[in-house]
Design a protein around this ligand. Structure first.
Ligand code: M6R
Length: 609
């Protein structure tokens, strides 16, 4: 899950490369490097650390040249170090490559090259590709790339330069994203659009197996057999500002505040506020096909998995279809009983998560219909699934997912209402009531974000604790899982979520004086039981922060503090209840001086298994 950029044109490459890489640091950020064709020779500069370390290294001695490639790394093979940083070259320095992904058979190729006398400087799989280029070089850059592709196995986006042909960059991909940006007399390569939108909006997405030869004036795409491929160019509709912080201190905070808009955008064209019904014009499954579905599998990772758990409640209770929710990395290995009557829904913000993509492919192989819920148009998951429901959250840059999560919940709720009506398992009046409630959500979120002082106080007061617990029942439990993940991910506070009734089966032993316990109490059918669980932790002298609806005076009798959220229905409550938890995590991380947008050891897009 590294970030890749490339430039060829008439401007100084290094300045674009550094700028573009800064927009991709979310893809990985333990080392960075650039290679620039300088006076006919490939010059490589790279070092361990964030991009700023590379900037400092280059200060006063920027590479001079109008063609180059750059990389921000998230280590897979070999620890973060200067040597393991990309770009990598062959021993002669004739070939240079940057890579995102994993070359699975690199060890056997390395052994073969070692036997031929090659010496390697790094522990990476990528360096092997550069050496293989040199080993297989037949006097033609393009044909050598093809030969290399015939040898390597695994997943990759690869971008090459060759000193003997200093007028072109060649790139290719398999199971990892790569896009081309088109300019006038200049062209761009990147692993994601934010890297290039300051320069051009005209772009196309590379597909697996395609090889692009990029010069300043042309882009030629072909397959490995030399068959030309014509690509559909599109204009990126969001602007550079949408990928910037827009005055907020961090991307995460900006993205939290964007939720009213992302909710409205995701409802547009789907929520009919007059007829109070849900439409999915993009889906073309017939009611008969939907009626034939007898089981739904929801598969995802991390926050998207938590959205899937909420989705299970929605689909089972509103559409009356049995649902199983799986962590994507487990799905394939438990041999799920998927068949032609199954629908597999994969949820992924990035649409590139390797485990989720693999699970999707497995579900397809087993004959299931597949649906992707994703935020990234044209992503691998979007392209592989039979049908796609896009969440329109806009680019999410912070590693901690916020607005993507709430749009995923929204998409799952809309889908459950839609399927419930198609299968006639959800009465029309009930559906109307839900849709009416949905239309109020963006404004309710907006109101909640107007007043966050109470959360800041809690974060300051309890931000120094080392453990925290989140409990709730039913949908509150699903939201508690996400609250705990947010807190541990960015503040490094050890946080656990428990189904409130489960606490006394072991974990209650950890509840001692002063430990913060966040109790979610928005689900009316289990409210009394949740309040009993609240009292159990209070009896152990925990600090209880309860969350309930405005007007609930009962909670204040037992809790130390109460967070009130606007009143809404039980299915809609998760869309609001998660907000204070996102903010609590954000301000706690700030209190502790953490790097909010780039938490340690994590990357935004997890494209390795
Ligand atoms: O792009 P995806 O939605 O597939 O990503 C899945 C997880 O890696 C992601 O949600 C992760 O858990 C977030 N960093 C959590 O904030």
């Amino acid at each position: 899950m590294c970030g890749i950029v490339g430039y060829i044109g008439y401007k100084q490459a290094a300045s674009f490369l550094l700028d573009g890489m800064s927009k991709l640091e979310y893809r990985g950020y333990d080392s960075a490097g650039v290679a620039v064709m300088e006076n006919g020779r490939i010059r490589v500069d790279k070092c361990v650390g964030r991009l700023d370390a590379l900037r400092q290294k280059l200060a006063g001695r920027m590479p001079v040249g109008t063609m180059g490639i750059g990389h921000t790394r998230w280590a897979t093979h070999g620890r973060p170090s200067d040597r393991n940083a990309h770009p990598h070259t062959d021993p002669s320095g004739n070939f240079v490559v940057v890579h995102n992904g994993i070359i699975e058979n690199y060890l056997s190729i390395k052994e073969e090259l070692l036997a031929k006398g090659h010496c390697f400087l790094s522990e990476t799989d990528t360096e092997v590709v550069a050496h293989l280029m040199a080993d297989l070089y037949d006097g033609d850059f393009e044909s050598t790339v093809k030969k290399v592709l015939q040898r390597i196995k695994g997943s990759y986006s690869l971008v090459f330069m060759c000193q003997m042909e200093p007028d072109k960059i060649i790139c290719t991909k398999k199971d990892n994203p790569l896009i081309i940006g088109l300019g006038e007399g200049e062209n761009y390569i990147a692993s994601d659009i934010p890297a290039i939108i300051n320069e051009t909006r005209r772009t196309f997405i590379m597909s697996d197996g395609e090889i692009a030869t990029v010069t300043a004036d042309s882009v030629w795409v072909q397959d490995i057999n030399g068959v030309p491929i014509s690509k559909k160019v599109f204009e990126v509709s969001w602007n550079a500002e949408a990928a910037e912080k827009g005055g907020f201190e961090h991307f995460m905070l900006k993205e939290i505040y964007e939720q009213p808009k992302s909710m409205r955008d995701t409802m547009t064209g789907r929520v009919d506020a007059e007829a109070l019904c849900i439409k999915f014009p993009e889906l073309n499954w017939s009611p008969e096909e939907m009626a034939a579905v007898d089981r739904i599998f929801i598969v995802a990772c991390g926050t998207a998995y938590h959205a899937g758990i909420v989705g299970k409640y929605y689909l089972e209770q509103l559409a009356k279809v049995p649902v199983e929710v799986d962590i994507a990395s487990e799905f394939r290995y438990r041999h799920p009983l998927v068949d032609g009557n199954s629908l597999c829904i994969v949820i992924s913000q990035s649409g590139e998560t390797s485990d989720t993509l693999a699970a999707l492919r497995e579900a397809k192989r087993l004959g299931a219909r597949t649906l992707a819920v994703t935020n990234v148009v044209g992503s691998s998951i979007a392209r592989d699934a039979d049908q796609v429901v896009y969440t329109y959250a806009g680019p999410e840059i912070a590693v901690a997912s916020t607005k993507a999560y709430t749009t995923q919940l929204l998409a799952m709720l809309m889908f459950a209402i839609y399927i419930g009506r198609l299968r006639e398992s959800l009465p029309e009046e009930k559906a109307k009531e839900l849709v009416k409630g949905l239309t109020l959500i963006p404004e309710q979120i907006h109101q909640m974000l107007e007043n966050v002082d109470q959360i800041k106080v809690f974060a300051r007061k309890y931000g120094s604790c080392e453990d925290a617990f989140f409990i709730g029942r039913s949908l509150d439990y699903a939201v508690a899982l996400e609250g705990a993940l947010k807190l541990k991910e960015i503040s490094y506070i050890h946080a656990e979520a428990y189904a409130a009734g489960e606490l006394k089966h072991g974990t209650l032993a950890l509840i001692v004086e002063g430990v913060p316990v966040i109790v979610l109490a928005t689900q009316e059918d289990v409210y009394d039981k949740t309040v009993s669980n609240l009292q159990e932790v209070k009896a152990r002298e925990a600090v209880v922060i309860a969350m309930g609806f405005v007007g609930d005076e009962n909670l204040a009798k037992y809790a130390d503090h109460v967070i009130y959220i606007p009143r809404t229905g039980k299915y809609l409550a998760p869309l609001l209840a998660v907000l204070p938890l996102q903010l609590l995590a954000y301000y706690a991380a700030l209190t502790r001086g953490c790097d909010v947008d780039k938490p340690r050891n994590l990357a935004k897009s997890v494209t390795v298994e």
